[in-house]
Design a binder for this molecule. Structure first.
Ligand code: ADP
Ligand code: MG
Length: 431
């Protein structure tokens, strides 16, 4: 499937292909045709699944026809809860409109209102706004909705969590009844459905759910595979599933560099972070991942601890950690804030011991999935759950660092010290 096969025109497909979007994500594949047809849509898909392009691309195409906006008019209004999200959507709009002549701008509170009023005087095709500032601008007659064709509530669940319901209702009351309404959210919590009832009409409903739903917020599984096939398997899975924000854990610095290079060579833009990289370099790499400039961030445990990574859709254990507890830390990088995350591990025969230790720590066996073409010749034995209680850990003897392995702790720095000498806490169970 391509963006063109969804009937997006050249101006738009050219811009997204320059951004490195090779094919539509699942939410885009379903939402784009519905929006192009002019239908109302309510869609739920976890963070990082490409919801912005799912509404923005078809919306821009629809705006290519019809009258340009008059003074102070806007034709498409995107409501979003925070200034950061508003900025991000506006930047995405800038990228998507590289070959079109749409006008767009962003407004939010906490900054001077006058420049925003000036930008609105000639009207805009697309206005991205936070609710409070939009109402301020309306009360100053800086914006009018007579020409409004489409309204989008982005991150609807978060807007409700943040208490924007009254502002949203006020804004909706100002919009023409004849309009297209789109609601995007990470979840369809009851309160979101309730809001939707008054907002969308005969909507196309789209829910993108992770493959299997479990009681936990992170779906976990393993792919048994031969050690030397791991890199090829990872590249295969990324392409097949069209994942585009992956945090991949490896054990060594050297392994991190090697994997990032090998993925990049296969057209999957990747960066490595590890203990030898500065804090600034790590943060830059994370920002690149979040901005979609790279697809994969390869990290060692220590490097990941130094930066604030949350709500990534996919975490991969390319190597299993030596310390079972680190497994829980690693997969805790996904599936936060109600969004479901996936965490899978590539496990080779050599790692059977680590696998058993992890399964004992999390008190369950990890489901296994063999991938065609990657069935290991060195079988990973079937594990049995070890239900003996975990003993408090004995203080560790100092050991010589192995070449290439991450140092166990760093002087200074902003990483938390290892737990080596503390008695082990009760194992956490994710339920
Ligand atoms: P969401 O709103 O669902 O959390 P975003 O719309 O912010 O997700 O997209 C997350 C990231 O994925 C962005 O960096 C975006 O550029 C990138 N992205 C979106 N669609 C695609 C695609 N089809 N192919 C590759 N990357 C994509
Ligand atoms: Mg979003």
């Amino acid at each position: 499937m391509t963006f063109a096969s969804l009937k997006l025109n050249k101006n738009l497909t050219r811009a997204v292909s320059e951004l490195g979007f090779e094919k539509p994500s699942p939410i885009q594949a379903q939402a784009i045709p519905a929006v192009l047809e002019g239908k109302d849509v309510m869609a739920a898909a976890q963070t990082g699944t490409g919801k912005t392009a799912a509404f923005m691309l078809p919306l821009l195409q629809r705006l290519e026809d019809g009258k340009k906006p008059g003074n102070n008019q806007v034709r498409a209004l995107i409501l979003t809860p925070t200034r950061e999200l508003a900025d991000q959507i506006n930047q995405n709009t800038e990228q998507y409109t590289k070959y079109t002549n749409h006008t767009h701008c962003v407004v939010y509170g906490g900054v001077s209102i006058n420049p925003q009023m000036r930008r609105l005087t000639k009207g805009q095709d697309v206005l991205v706004a936070t609710p409070g500032r939009l109402l301020d601008l309306f009360s100053k007659n800086a914006v009018s909705f007579k020409q409004l064709e489409v309204v989008v509530l982005d991150e609807a669940d978060r807007m409700l969590d943040m208490g924007f319901i009254h502002d949203i209702r006020k804004i909706l009351a100002l919009l023409p009844a004849k309009r297209q309404s789109l609601l995007f959210s990470a979840t369809f919590a009851d309160k979101v459905k309730q809001l939707a009832r008054t907002f969308v009409r005969e909507p196309v409903e789209i829910t993108i759910s992770p493959k299997v739903t479990t009681a936990t917020s992170v779906e976990q599984w393993i792919h048994p595979v031969d050690k030397k096939k791991k890199s090829a398997l990872l590249a295969h899975l990324i392409k097949k599933e069209n994942w585009f924000q992956l945090l991949v854990f490896v054990r060594t610095k050297h392994g991190a560099n090697r994997l990032a290079n090998s993925l990049s060579k296969k057209g999957i833009e990747s960066l490595a972070i590890h203990g030898n990289k500065s804090q600034a370099a790590r943060m830059k790499a994370l920002a690149a991942l979040k901005a979609g400039k790279i697809q994969v961030l390869v990290a060692t445990d220590i490097a990941a601890r130094g930066i604030d990574i949350e709500e990534l859709p996919v975490v991969v254990n390319y190597d299993l950690p030596h310390v079972a507890e680190d497994y829980v830390h690693r997969i805790g990088r996904t599936g936060r804030a109600q969004a479901k995350g996936v965490a899978f591990s590539l496990v080779c025969a050599d790692e059977f011991k680590e696998l058993c230790a992890i399964e004992r720590w999390i008190k369950k066996l990890l489901p296994r999935e063999l991938v065609e073409g990657f069935v290991p010749t060195h079988k990973v034995p079937l594990s049995k759950l070890d239900t003996r209680p975990l003993q408090p850990k004995k203080p560790k003897k100092p050991r010589k660092p192995k070449a290439n392995y991450e140092p166990r702790a760093k002087k200074g720095g902003n990483m938390s010290p290892r737990r080596a000498n503390k008695p082990r806490a009760k194992p956490k169970t994710r339920s």
